[in-house]
Write a protein that binds this ligand. Structure first.
Ligand SMILES: Cc1cc2nc3c(=O)[nH]c(=O)nc-3n(C[C@H](O)[C@H](O)[C@H](O)COP(=O)(O)OP(=O)(O)OC[C@H]3O[C@@H](n4cnc5c(N)ncnc54)[C@H](O)[C@@H]3O)c2cc1C
Length: 386
């Protein structure tokens, strides 16, 4: 079957808009990467992140029905490739925020969305959200049954409040610009220590400022030099009982739904890096003689190597783009989201479902694939993020 890789006119405009923004705003922001500590570097990107929000890139990742302008995962991929190829740190701060919002967008009720989403729709400020799954010493195996560690952060219901205890690490932007927390955190917690993971884990929203959120240190990441990846604790963090996203005990299914779309975008990150590396190498080969007579590019073997690298990079791009389109195809089901194969099990576990949500909204989430993944292979084999 032939695959059409051409962009629509609107997608081409989005690509050029993103490319121009990346070159004018995100490229100068790379200067932050020269600062000595990860926290200083992250703080120095705040104005570039504000500009990213003001330029509408966060709104373009939020579905129309939730008040945003998202036109599908393919568009998100086009935009993210352009931004990430120039500045991986600020772009990951943006996508980390999108990931932090996904449990709310997919599993949240109308009330939760209208209460928690507005700061992210404003196109102003530097709003941050984080998805807190990973923890020190255990990451890819969130769904592991005992004796594996799986999710060890706990949430215990006391009266009408959940009390969260535990530690997390590697969570993008989690402790925010000032160590007091991102605006909202979606936190994977064990809510029933005796139930199997698929029934004993839930996603909770912690709103800023959260007393008991304790910053420990920022990881000095090799690749994302100016992006915040903290190790931190929840020490008796108290949240209202209606801050559970989806159903109590349905956290792993919701997590799988969130990470399926995000995983396709991580593929795009790799494509963007390959592109940046290719462009750097091509520039070098075209301008350097390295003490010889000929430009490096004029050596035939170099041309072959570059052509091979470009072919592989574009093949990866097509594969990641195709994954995005496949996720989109789930959304072409002409029925409410309840009719979407994977959504049905999520619906069974949800107390209340946002009435306005349509299949198209799930382009960013790929919920059918997520559920297939959950049923077929188990979240234990799903890499969460990066
Ligand atoms: C830049 C960056 C940003 C991040 N942002 C976030 C975030 O916002 N939120 C968050 O929660 N986490 C975040 N993380 C953490 C990330 O999600 C984890 O690192 C990831 O889930 C664990 O994958 P891993 O490959 O590091 O696995 P590890 O647990 O370290 O395992 C290492 C490898 O062992 C193999 N393996 C392990 N278990 C299995 C299995 N059951 N089956 C098959 N193979 C297996 C896999 O090859 C795996 O890659 C971030 C990480 C980075 C680097």
């Amino acid at each position: 079957m032939a695959i059409d890789f051409r962009l629509t006119g609107r997608q081409h405009e989005l690509q050029l808009y993103s490319r121009k923004f990346a070159s004018e705003v995100l490229s100068p922001a790379l200067a932050a990467e020269a600062l000595p500590t990860p926290e200083q570097r992250f703080a120095a990107t705040k104005s570039a992140y504000e500009a990213t929000i003001a330029a509408g890139f966060l709104r373009k990742c939020i579905p129309l029905s939730a008040g945003g302008e998202n036109a599908g995962l393919t568009d998100t991929a086009i935009m993210i490739e352009e931004l990430y190829a120039v500045n991986a740190s600020v772009t990951l701060t943006l996508i980390g925020t999108v990931l932090g919002l996904l449990p709310l967008l997919i599993g949240g009720t109308e009330e939760q969305r209208s209460r928690l989403l507005p700061p992210f729709l404003k196109q102003a400020g530097a709003p941050l959200a984080g998805f807190c799954a990973t923890k020190p010493g255990g990451s890819a195996n969130a769904a592991s049954p005992p004796p594996g560690e799986g999710v060890r952060t706990t949430a215990t219901l006391r009266g009408d409040r959940w009390i969260i205890e535990g530690r997390k690490s590697w969570v993008s932007s989690a402790t925010g610009w000032d160590r007091k927390g991102a605006d909202i955190l979606s936190v994977l917690c064990r809510t029933d220590p005796d139930a199997p993971p698929e029934r004993g884990i839930s996603v909770m929203v912690v709103e800023r400022p959260a007393s008991g959120l304790v910053f420990e240190r920022a990881i000095d990441s090799v690749g994302h030099r100016a992006h915040l990846l903290p190790v931190f604790g929840f020490e008796g963090v108290s949240i209202p009982s209606d801050n559970v996203l989806g159903s109590v005990g349905g956290g792993l299914t919701l997590t799988a739904a969130c990470f399926t779309g995000a995983a396709a975008l991580v593929g795009i990150f790799a494509v963007a890096l390959m592109r940046a590396a290719f462009e750097f190498t091509l520039g070098f080969a075209r301008s350097e003689r390295r003490g010889g007579i000929h430009l490096v590019i004029e050596h035939q073997a170099v041309g072959y190597a570059l052509a091979d690298a470009k072919t592989r990079a574009r093949a990866h791009g097509s594969h990641a783009g195709r994954r995005g389109r496949e996720l989109r195809s789930c959304s072409s089901v002409r029925a409410p989201v309840a009719g979407c194969a994977g959504a049905s099990s999520l619906r069974r576990r949800q107390h209340r479902r946002p009435a306005s949500t349509t299949p198209r909204d799930f382009e960013t989430a790929g919920i059918r694939s997520a559920d297939d993944q959950w049923r077929g292979r188990g979240l234990t084999k799903a890499k969460l993020f990066c």
